[in-house]
Design a binder for this molecule. Structure first.
Ligand SMILES: N[C@@H](CCC(=O)N[C@@H](CS)C(=O)NCC(=O)O)C(=O)O
Length: 231
């Protein structure tokens, strides 16, 4: 679990990200004013040409407990898809994958995409633990050990040869990996230098027009990666 601490931006407005292309989507994200566990789903929605609303929760308001009490696991993010509410960031990614044909072409591809998403989650949890619990004492060790985790993704990406983890178009696992890699490049700008397939993946994903527009937007840039200001 990531423990949010100030400085989290004090944003109370309902912000709205308008992609230049795409129809008005039925989605609303409720989350804190960070990229955190919404980074991948936002990038995915942007790339899929969706628009969405953001309800940005002020941490002081969250601490009052009323909203927390309504959340299935007492945590955010929450995604609303019309009248349907969903929690757990990876369940949300899977839901978006189903909605937007980003969950493989058959059951076996879907299983491989699940496997890769779980692999990304393992790395994300290690990263979050280091950021929130061991940043000062554990950052250097984490960076030293990072190749032992990235090499697994490099091998899958190199073997598939399409520029994506599974199949020949982006799945929700690709968006999750992409976002985790962006965060790791902030942590250590050279971390992909020995992983050509991952480096090319990040370059190509970053250059996809709708992703580029989103990454260049204020809506994206104004949010810190993590809730404790460390990155
Ligand atoms: N497994 C959950 C973890 C959610 C989580 O850790 N949420 C944090 C923010 S990143 C939270 O709500 N923290 C406030 C709290 O626990 O009271 C997911 O992937 O959505």
């Amino acid at each position: 679990m990531c423990r949010l601490q100030p400085p989290v931006p004090k944003l109370k407005e309902i912000a709205e990200y308008d992609s230049e292309v795409g129809e008005v989507g039925p989605y609303t994200i409720t989350y804190f004013g960070v990229r955190g566990r919404c980074g991948a789903m936002r990038i995915m929605m942007a790339d899929q040409g969706q628009e969405w609303k953001e309800i940005v929760v002020d941490f002081a308001d969250w601490m009052k407990g009323d909203l927390k009490a309504t959340c299935v696991f007492g945590q955010l993010p929450k995604l609303e898809d019309g009248g349907f509410a969903l929690y757990q960031s990876n369940a949300i990614l899977r839901h978006l994958g189903r909605n937007h044909d980003a969950y493989g072409k058959d059951g076996k591809e879907a299983a491989l995409i699940d496997m890769m998403c779980d692999g990304v989650e393992d790395l994300r949890l290690k990263y979050v633990k280091m950021i929130y619990q061991e940043y000062d004492t554990g950052k250097d060790v984490y960076i030293k050990d990072l190749p032992n985790h990235l090499d697994k993704f490099e091998a899958v990406m190199a073997k598939n040869k399409t520029g994506f983890l599974v199949g020949d178009k982006p799945s929700f696992a690709d968006y999750s990996l992409f976002e985790v890699l962006l965060n790791h490049l902030v942590l250590c700008s050279s971390c992909l230098d020995t992983f050509p397939s991952l480096k090319s993946f990040v370059e190509k994903m970053s250059a996809r027009p709708k992703i580029k527009t989103f990454l260049d937007s204020e809506a994206y840039k104004k949010l810190p990666i993590n809730g404790n200001g460390k990155q």
